[in-house]
Write a protein that binds this ligand. Sequence first.
Ligand code: 6PG
Length: 244
Amino acid sequence: MIHIFKSIDELANSLSVKVISLARESFRACSPFNIALSGGSTPGVLFENIASAIEDPGLWEEVNFFWVDERCVPPDHPESNFRMTDKSFFRPLSVSNTNIYRMMGEEEPHAEANRYEALLRSQLPAREGLPCFNLVLLGMGTDGHTASIFPDQMDLLHSGRICEVARHPETGQSRITLTGPVINNADMVCFMITGANKADVLASILDGEKGSEKFPAAHVNPQYGELEWYLDEKAAQFLKASGR
Ligand code: 6PG
């Protein structure tokens, strides 16, 4: 399903309503809600929006926060995805540390990928032998990367592992990332994509153009769940598709 909004704020308003309602359902059912968060500027706007919309911070008691990917930097580093989420979401809502399972960017990358993989296997329900998230929030880069799966590391889409070490193609920065199979094992995957600089790649993917398979984001298609695209008008400006 494709949702198009005039602005990033309208997009964030709509998606935060969805995330809050999913969290509320889990709260009422006293069942855990396991969500995997991405980094980047677009998710940051969503987290600030959710934090400003919430009346009952206790809502998050049944929500467990995991990450889709993390830069291999300390948690207080300006590029840390955890730091961004902590500032924009966890601290304003006083989310308990017991609900937060961060990827430890300060650790040796391969050891941390192994640790986080074992954590996911112990904390999440499994489907087809893989951990199953209730919701995975993804962004997309201008090169069509998603999570930290970049176009020059497409093997991560079909890895036999749950977590792997990736490398940013320009900066060489090591990253910990979920792999394609666990992302596609989720009950729901929501992309948040804004900005004219992503419009070409996004149209190629959503209109199924020849050559779009070179973009990692084109390979996100949860086999048991829903795929939602939350877009602003700038990012959606070249779309022919009415839905997906
Ligand atoms: C990261 C993200 C990455 C991000 C995209 C989009 O750690 O950088 O997980 O996949 O979501 O690069 O980022 P923007 O929303 O800032 O464009």
